[in-house]
Ligand binder design. Sequence first.
Ligand code: GDP
Ligand code: MG
Length: 195
Amino acid sequence: MIKVTSADFVKSAFNSSHWVDDRRPEIAFLGRSNVGKSSLINSLLGRKGLARTSNTPGRTQSINYFLINGEFYFVDLPGYGYAKVSKTMRSDWGKMAEEYLSQRDQLALCVQLIDLRHEPSKLDMQLNEWLHFNEKPHTVVATKADKLSSNQLLKQLKVARLALNRDNVIAYSSQTGKGRDDVWSAIGDAISQWP
Ligand SMILES: Nc1nc2c(ncn2[C@@H]2O[C@H](COP(=O)(O)OP(=O)(O)O)[C@@H](O)[C@H]2O)c(=O)[nH]1
Ligand SMILES: [Mg+2]
């Protein structure tokens, strides 16, 4: 299991000229606005305010880099599917994320977040298919597990596995730390298999 000895915010990138250009492996985090991406990153790293969390979705339109143990990056990609942003902004998201995901061959793992309380959205399913079709290393984490009873949790995990056609979806709570070891072990496997 990876022990976090350092975690530092490196920069926000607003276009491809700002992308980091060393060859360290990257773990990318993807999902709709407000799904709990920043909370997941903070909870994995045990650093409360490192990635900002907010109740105002759709704000972060940058790619944010965090360097972990001086060895690999966590990459926080902009959240998609925020209803209140304009159509142009929505398709900009698509372009920015697709450009990023298709051009980075240092992506060791894409962590796709979904909200365990709801059925995966059309955008969640499209992203899942895109990652699958493009053969990106990929795992799915279902957030806000603390908001469900254990019966509902099992039921929703099944709904998610079926909708995304996957054997494994990790239930997560950034409040209780549920699922933390499983996500770290997926990250550890991805990093150790990295060339
Ligand atoms: N109960 C609960 N709330 C969460 C969890 N993860 C995120 N949240 C809340 O959901 C909101 C959005 O979280 P944030 O991390 O900013 O989402 P992001 O837009 O995907 O980065 C915040 O109010 C968080 O406190 C979780 O696992 N459990
Ligand atoms: Mg965020």
